[in-house]
Design a protein around this ligand. Structure first.
Ligand SMILES: [Zn+2]
Length: 493
């Protein structure tokens, strides 16, 4: 029997606002789509947190023996600077500012994204499709929406007709917004726009002459609207209806609302059964923003090179820290929080690392089977990782008591305990086993910081032969130095 037959997951569905028993469309199979990054800058820590939440969902579903197809896209075109279909394409803008090709921007930040996720021990999704690789599919969907009467063409651009849609369907069903309120709250069109109503959104935009990223279509040389790619790629790989759609809370409106409208207007079906949204990450109680300096890059957590933290942290410690908050809670990123998590992380690892040395007895003073089900119960309750971690600590405490001789365990129970704690800690939470003694991060980062300083001195003295030698020889042993305006940081591979 598969594990999913014995464990009932309940998922908080943003569509209903309630926890619902999870029942996939096809028994034993799960289709999951998560909106991926727009690759025009280094991945934001808040996005890492969102993707980590779904990495854990993916890991747990797989653990329960589901066959999961997990699709997470890369947005490499079509995402404009604001939600009102105005402004420059984010990637094209970055390319213009740096005088490089848009695809160089895409390549650079896709590599950065993957590197960071690898550091955090993410599982790769089953498919990672790109918007530019699915222009034909997007054009086909626009044709269907026009044919079904929910979109109109003006001057080479195509817009989704929200008012027409709302006459027979419900626009705002996910974000609980009413069209009347939206009308009330949006500013009037300025006369420049081709839209019939300001609430309408672009499915296809005609490219201005200076716009580099453009494709031919029946309407104009142009590019697809941002919301469309997710409908095209989720439909292509998961079908007209699928089980789980995830993303950050900030995508609920308008992005996910528009995805629902596009799918309904194409297939006359609600595309997703369970909508899941991960909450925000803030830092020191405030919104993270580069402009205010209240900001940290994921890399800087590993190097310690950021004024908001006092030391470097292992990726697993940062991962543990993030999973100590439930995905639907706001997570406040603080140095004190990380320090506390680091202690907790090593307490758990130390307990796991002494299991094999424990003395066996003829009786157990700990009910391992009940504890094991508590681990499942935590994950079954809307993937409650903080409760799971607290339950793992119960076992860690017991392990230490057995070591001290104040508790006992039988051989079978010890085996079950070891297998269960390892499965939940490493396979499901995705932490990596390191003991404090072996981690060596503090010493390593201290030593590299000394070399970074020496290299800086060498450069100030115009001794470029020495500065290059330091950089190249560090690279040979797998330590990459990254220079930026803010200073030099390092990553290890
Ligand atoms: Zn999306």
């Amino acid at each position: 029997m598969s594990l999913f037959n014995t464990q009932n997951i309940r998922i908080y569905n943003s569509l209903s606002g309630e926890k619902e028993v999870f029942k996939p469309l096809n028994e034993g199979y799960v289709g999951m789509y998560v909106c991926g990054p727009t690759v025009y800058s280094n991945v934001h820590l808040g996005n890492v947190r969102t993707f980590m939440s779904f990495d854990v969902v993916f890991r747990y579903l797989k653990h329960l023996d589901y066959k999961v197809r997990y699709v997470r896209n890369i947005t490499d075109a079509g995402h404009l600077e604001n939600d009102a279909d105005e402004g420059e394409d984010r990637i094209a803008k970055k390319a213009r500012l740096e005088s490089i090709e848009p695809m160089e921007v895409v390549q650079r930040y896709t590599v950065d994204f993957h590197n960071i996720l690898n550091e955090f021990n993410f599982l790769p999704p089953s498919i990672e499709p790109t918007a530019t690789g699915h222009i034909i599919e997007q054009i086909e969907i626009i044709k269907s929406i026009i044919d079904n009467g929910f979109a109109y063409e003006v001057n080479g651009s195509v817009y989704f007709d929200i008012h027409k849609y709302n006459a027979s369907k419900e626009y705002g069903i996910l974000s609980k917004r009413k069209l009347e309120d939206l009308i009330h709250n949006t500013r009037a069109l300025d006369g420049q726009s081709d839209k019939k109503n300001p609430q309408d959104f672009a499915l296809w935009k005609k490219a201005e002459p200076q716009h580099i990223m453009r494709w031919p279509s029946p309407w104009s040389d142009g590019f697809p609207g941002w919301h469309l790619e997710c409908t095209a790629m989720s439909t292509k790989y998961l079908g007209e209806q699928f089980d789980i759609h995830g993303g950050g809370m900030d995508l609920k409106f308008p992005h996910h609302e528009c995805e629902i409208a596009q799918a309904e207007a194409t297939n006359n079906k609600s595309p997703v059964n369970y909508w899941m949204h991960a909450n925000m990450l803030i830092m020191n109680g405030k919104k993270m923003a580069k402009s205010t300096g209240n900001f940290i890059l994921p890399n800087e957590i590993f190097s310690g090179d950021n004024p908001h933290i006092t030391k470097a942290y292992l990726p697993s410690v940062a991962r543990f820290f993030m999973l100590q908050a439930h995905y639907r809670s706001i997570l406040d990123f603080t140095n004190n929080g990380l320090l506390a998590s680091e202690k907790g992380f090593f307490r758990l690892m130390d307990a796991i690392n002494i299991i094999d040395d424990l003395k066996i007895s003829s009786t157990s003073s700990f009910d391992v089977n009940t504890w094991k089900q508590k681990c499942y119960d935590a994950m079954n309750d809307d993937f409650n990782t903080p409760i799971l971690i607290a339950t793992l600590f119960d076992a860690a405490k017991f392990i230490n008591q057995v070591k001290d001789g104040s508790a006992t365990i039988t051989k079978e129970d010890l085996e079950l305990l070891k297998q269960t704690i390892e499965t939940f800690t490493f396979d499901i939470l995705g932490l990596v086993n390191v003991s404090k003694e072996n981690s060596g991060t503090d010493k390593l980062s201290g030593a590299v910081e000394i070399l970074i300083k020496l290299r800086k001195e060498a450069r100030l003295n115009k001794n470029f032969a020495l500065s290059d030698k330091i950089r190249d020889e560090l690279a040979e042993v797998g330590i990459q130095l990254n220079d930026s305006r803010e200073g030099t940081t390092f990553t290890t591979s």
